[in-house]
Design a protein around this ligand. Structure first.
Ligand code: ARG
Length: 395
């Protein structure tokens, strides 16, 4: 048997290489996808070969991740349960797709991933594999082997695997769009997270003077910061540092996993926080209120599909088509101020603004005919008055 394994270089996936060989007699091909995690990829490759991989692929997925996953997420204002920018979720579809591609090219019989049976990540990998390479067997060693972490470390030691037991007390998953921080003392939802858990977000005593930035959008996609155009991938990297310095982008919330468990989740996502806030604000300047209200429902469904492993559901494409249509006028600029842990929108403008200063103004010059307001207002409460009259005897 030949297996393509999604390989991060961590303990679980390193042990998986050996385990797949021993349990299935498999030839293991490892696939590592760079989605912006700060990894020493040469070291990852070395570790894969040491554990017995027959071949290793390193795929640079950063710009595809930015263009094909992060960009639609911005247009969808994607925040699961109002807070989490689905950063880990989005990356899984790209990683699984790259693994499936290698598996097809290498004539594999199976694909494998290192997810546990408790989380959401298994849903994202399994669904993507099942859609893209339905003929292949899916193996998730961690779900099968039933080892505790200590047994796993023992297994690694007994097989001579060089594992790097993290200095970190947390389980971290990082990509361009965000950094997920789990486990350790965070498993107590009452226990506050230490500042040192963060990479971009600085603690209060390091917060600099406030800073203003202007983000420019074209058809819903951010294209420049303070007038400087750059690829989205670069903008996101820059904003993670720039906003994180001011303490912007810290998310600490209770999250509902798909399987029905609540989980305390901590994220740092400075760029996502800034770009989604700015994007939402610009939309409110240019879109009609019924479009905005309907889009909120679409956004919630889009985000749920991404969170829940269903990126490949045709509904996601259909929702993207709706969203894309709305973005035609989401062109303009938003200015924001980052200061001492806060993010504030300070202004917005667009050639497509649906705002009329002439009509709304308080000054006497308005062309708005206020006499028309009386008849409108009278009819506006008509139904409410009828309903109240009809129910008089209830009280
Ligand atoms: N709860 C988040 C999600 O389901 C983050 C998961 C982090 N995954 C990880 N393997 N550490 O998308």
């Amino acid at each position: 048997m030949r297996v393509a394994l999604a390989y991060s270089g961590g303990l679980d996936t390193t042990v998986s290489i050996k385990w797949l060989q021993e349990k299935y007699g498999a030839e293991v091909i490892t696939v590592t996808v760079d989605v912006g995690q700060p990894e020493d990829f040469e070291e990852v490759e070395r570790r894969a070969f040491e554990a017995g991989a027959v071949k290793h692929y390193l795929i640079d997925g950063k710009s595809r991740f930015a263009e094909e996953f992060v960009k639609p997420a911005i247009k969808a204002n994607a925040l699961y349960e109002g807070e989490y920018p689905v950063s880990t979720s989005l990356s899984r579809y790209l990683i699984a797709e790259e693994v499936a591609k290698v598996a097809s090219k290498e004539g594999c019989d199976a694909v494998a991933h290192g997810c546990t049976g408790k989380g959401n990540d298994q849903l994202r990998f399994d669904a993507t594999f099942a859609v893209l390479v339905p003929e292949m067997k899916i193996i998730a060693p961690v779900r099968e082997w039933g080892m505790s972490r200590d047994q796993e470390i023992e297994y690694a030691r007994s097989r001579g695997l060089r594992i790097d037991l993290k200095k970190s007390r947390y389980s971290i998953d990082e990509n361009l769009w965000g950094r997920s921080i789990e486990a350790g003392d965070l498993e107590d939802p009452w226990h506050p997270v230490d500042w040192e858990a963060f990479k971009f977000i600085r603690p209060p005593h390091e917060w600099p003077e406030g800073e203003e930035i202007t983000v420019e959008f074209e058809r819903g996609a951010p294209v420049s910061i303070n007038g400087e155009r750059m690829p989205l991938e670069e903008m996101v990297m820059q904003l993670n540092y720039r906003a994180g310095r001011h303490g912007v982008g810290l998310i600490d919330h209770m999250e509902d996993r798909v399987i029905g468990l609540k989980s305390r989740e901590v994220y740092e996502a400075p760029a996502a926080t800034v770009l989604i806030r700015a994007h939402k604000d610009l939309e409110k300047l240019v879109l009609g209120r019924r479009t905005l209200a309907f889009k909120r429902a679409v956004e919630e469904e889009w985000t749920w599909l991404v969170y829940a492993g269903l990126w490949h559901d045709p509904l996601r494409r259909a929702l993207d088509a709706f969203i894309e249509e709305t973005q035609k006028v989401v062109t303009g600029e938003v200015r924001l101020r980052m200061e001492k842990g806060s993010l504030r929108v300070m202004g917005r403008r667009s050639e497509y603004a649906a705002y009329s200063e002439e009509l709304i103004t308080y000054s006497g010059m308005s062309t708005f005919d206020q006499r028309a307001g009386a008849a409108f207002s009278n009819l506006w409460s008509l139904e409410t008055r009828i309903l109240n009259r009809a129910r008089k005897s209830l009280r």
